[in-house]
Ligand binder design. Structure first.
Ligand code: PLP
Length: 227
């Protein structure tokens, strides 16, 4: 399957400098990733820890790796040394483990809190109440010298898998709203990323204020699940 430079150029010019493109490379080969790399792409997103670490050792060091899947606590240690941004943080327990691993690596780890905005139950993420609880617990955590190695960078969400664009737009609007509230509460200059939008819905996401999109199939072609 060919990586499309036409789609890549069209997308990057559409996004401009305001919106970061994370090229979602799950199930793509290192050769396919290198094609995009050679055209200048540096941010890549992966969903599975094993697949990510297998690729990371084979690919250039200046790639910024984004973990966009559901991260199990016990696997944080494998990506702790190099991960650039973890998009799917959805529990306090996971935050504590990321903090611990970051401490071991003597680095800060950038995190986005994942919010459940879709209608489907299967999608991971915090609801508004859980988000509020985490945000409200931060001043106390700070006093206790906890989560000091976590850099809170913003929110991430996935809209419903539906043709109904009104529904998708409604969900992105809602996420934008939560993002602005959280930003006002956290008052930290690193909290500025709103990661929303994939191949099928990134245009709506852009209209609703996304500044980071995670796009796979539009760049690499359709994924074939044949394992
Ligand atoms: C797979 C995936 C994407 C990219 O999906 P495409 O439809 O291929 O653009 C984006 N975000 C997450 C969380 C994903 O799992």
């Amino acid at each position: 399957m060919a990586v499309s430079i036409e789609n890549y150029n069209a997308l990057t010019s559409e996004l401009g400098s305001r919106t970061k493109l994370v090229a979602v490379s799950k199930m793509r080969t290192v050769e396919e990733i290198m094609q995009l790399y050679n055209w200048g792409q540096r941010d890549f997103g992966e969903n599975y820890v094993q697949e990510l670490i297998a690729k990371q050792v084979q690919l250039p060091n200046d790639i910024r790796w984004h973990f966009i899947g559901h991260l199990q606590t016990k696997k944080v240690k494998y990506i702790g040394p190099f991960i650039h941004l973890i998009h799917g943080v959805d529990s306090f327990k996971l935050l504590e483990e990321i903090d611990r691993q970051a401490g071991i690596q003597k680095r800060n780890i950038n995190c986005l809190l994942q919010i459940h905005i879709a209608q489907e139950e299967s999608k991971f993420g915090l609801n508004d109440k859980e988000l509020k609880e985490i945000i409200e617990s931060l001043p106390k955590a700070k006093l206790l010298n906890k989560l000091v190695n976590i850099r809170f960078c913003g929110l991430m969400g996935m809209a419903s898998f539906t043709e109904n664009t009104d529904q998708v737009r409604k969900e992105f609007k809602y996420l934008k709203c939560l993002f602005e509230d959280a930003q006002a509460e956290i008052r930290n200059s690193s909290f500025k990323i709103l990661s929303m939008g994939m191949s099928d819905d990134y245009k709506i996401a852009l209209e609703e204020g996304s500044n980071m999109v995670r796009v796979g199939s539009l760049l690499f072609g359709k994924r074939v699940y044949n394992i």
